[in-house]
Design a protein around this ligand. Sequence first.
Ligand code: ZN
Length: 192
Amino acid sequence: MQIIHYPHPTLRHKSKPVQRVDAELRKMVSQMFELMYEANGVGLAANQVDLPLRLFVVNTAAKPGEGEELVFINPVLSKPKGNEESEEGCLSLPGIYGNVRRPKQIHVNAYSMRGEEISADLTGLLARVVQHETDHLDGVLFIDRMTESAQRTLEGPLEEFQMEFQQRQQEGSIAAERAILERLSGLEKQYC
Ligand code: ZN
């Protein structure tokens, strides 16, 4: 398992709800936490590790043994309140940062790994991370939510990501588009 970078097609895949949690999925979720910590991240969505599943992991402390490890399965957001601009980054776009305007407070309904219902009003960093990660599950990246003028300043760096992706696909270290989509549909049959 590894973190995939823009413009990998799985990052644009709209994830389907997870219907079953098995030992293999539990192992994948713990690997997601490991990868997130290695990259000093506070959240990681399943799309970002090439999985078409509607779940993400969060630890706002960004360190194992600190803070709280949260897994959100099939999250649904509601009751947005307020508005706040803050700088975001993304483990699938390393080195890219920019301001994104989002609701300040949000309600989340989801399931934990044990199948328990989560229902909470979130504010602060956790609210922002949960919104950023839920976007991933819909195939939306934080750069999509930046202003047009901010997006224009990123054209060069994003082109570099595209060139690297193409090169890796030509070398064969990233599968061809068709093989990627076939793999995703196999995983969907298994879990969704
Ligand atoms: Zn991200």
